[in-house]
Design a protein around this ligand. Sequence first.
Ligand code: A3P
Length: 294
Amino acid sequence: MPMQKVVDSAGHSMKLYVHERKPYLFGMPQFNPYMLENLPDCQLRDDDVILVSYPKSGCHWLWEVTRLLVSGRTTTDKVNKENAMMEMSELEGNGSIDDIPSPRILNNHYFFENQPKDLLRKRVKTVLLYRNPKDVAVSFFHHHTRLQNYCYTGRDFPSYLHRFVDGLVDSNCIFDWLASWERAINEHKDLNICIMCYEDLQENPLAEFRRLAKFLGKDYEDDHLQQVIKATSIETMREQKGFLYSDNSGAIMFRKGKVGDWKNHFTIAQSEWFDHVTRTRMGHSKLYNFRYDL
Ligand code: A3P
């Protein structure tokens, strides 16, 4: 699978894996090309939980929350989300996802069409996390301009926004990604899935954590859930895990963690244009309720 410099309409390039297995066309440079190609045949365990999300939707956060809810613990440990990220892992051997003891909380950014076949076959519990696309665009902009591996040559948000809408980024276009999952949910009634929204989690973590816990077969007192909320606050997580991907400006994966940061980046004209694109691409959706403000 070739790594290529993918050039956008402004002439900026970004290094990405480009692979045959559509619709998941582009992968992060750190990913394992073998996994990108072979994920559909990856064997899942009956008690696995798979967290799926488009990049920058809050996966690091919800992965920690899910681990705590499944284990019953109220403090995080040293294991990082990347250890359980399917595209980054090896299939077997030391440090692979096969090495993780059950119950595994795995995560990936794949379209539904490229998920392991076992997801449906074994009715593996799947948690889908989504976030409003404007904040995703801003978060991804910081991700791409700050993480060196991409060798992204652009620096300005206006041209990045076009790149983002054109889907010339890892996991391709957010609208296609979301549509892929909505189609799957409509077509496969036996998909064992719980839908979580980043903004709902921010607004009412107690109710949303309780709902997730129930899906995972757990029932906790409010006190216990409050401890999980505290342990997974962005401040705590930044302190504990922020060193992994960071630069002079701080932690890249635990940056602001706010709803509405898009207002600091979008002009009014860009916002109206983006709303139009979103309506055109997602107007038919009955699943997603994008919340741009709290
Ligand atoms: P921002 O860049 O807008 O701050 P992912 O984990 O899918 O890569 O998503 C990263 C986004 O989730 C970043 O958004 C990050 O700050 C935010 N995030 C990470 N941990 C969080 C937490 N504990 N609470 C709220 N948001 C969090």
